[in-house]
Design a protein around this ligand. Sequence first.
Ligand code: CA
Length: 225
Amino acid sequence: MRILVVEDESVMAQSLRTGLEDHGFAVDVAADGEEGLWYAAEVDYDAIVLDLMLPKINGFKVCETIRDRGDWTPILMLTAKDGHLDEAEGLDTGADDYLTKPFAFEVLLARLRALLRRAGSERPVVMTAGDLSLDPATREVRRGDEAIDLTAREFAILEFMMSRVGQVVSKTEILAHVWDFAFDGGPNIVEVYAGSLRKKIDTPFGRQSIVTVRGAGYMLDSDGG
Ligand code: CA
């Protein structure tokens, strides 16, 4: 297990490093928020111990930035007892747990282990619409037990539609979520992909889950007709 410790107080940082290494963890130490963000982007850590009061970029901002990157590494936030920023704010920015200084090392270790356990057993969220399922982590799509091969674009469109099962989504909305700014075509491209998706997720199974709503867009129907 590899842990990133972001802590500017060198005595604290060193004692965390030594303690964690003694318990079999591999540890990197970053001395400020900027360095912490750099490490977090470079290495896929199992957990991050993040001090709140840090030079350059504070712990809240670091946490928020990591989450904005779509990185869900468990974060244990360290807060000072007399800190004016409360723990609720730490959790709001995406920290998984917090610990108030001063703390016993054993407590930190226990909290860290709890976070690692949770992260390890937690299955990625699989999206479903009836017997259609899509796993954003493994990128697997299935109708019942049957695996379906989609192109990256088809996958992205289906993922977006599955996030809004039973709701009408316009072609423009799909376009905005799935294509980047470099695309200069019109929303009619969505029709082409809706057609190719139907051939993969509906037609072979005798379903009609992608419903055309005239003048409005599409709706993913979990019953599928
Ligand atoms: Ca500090």
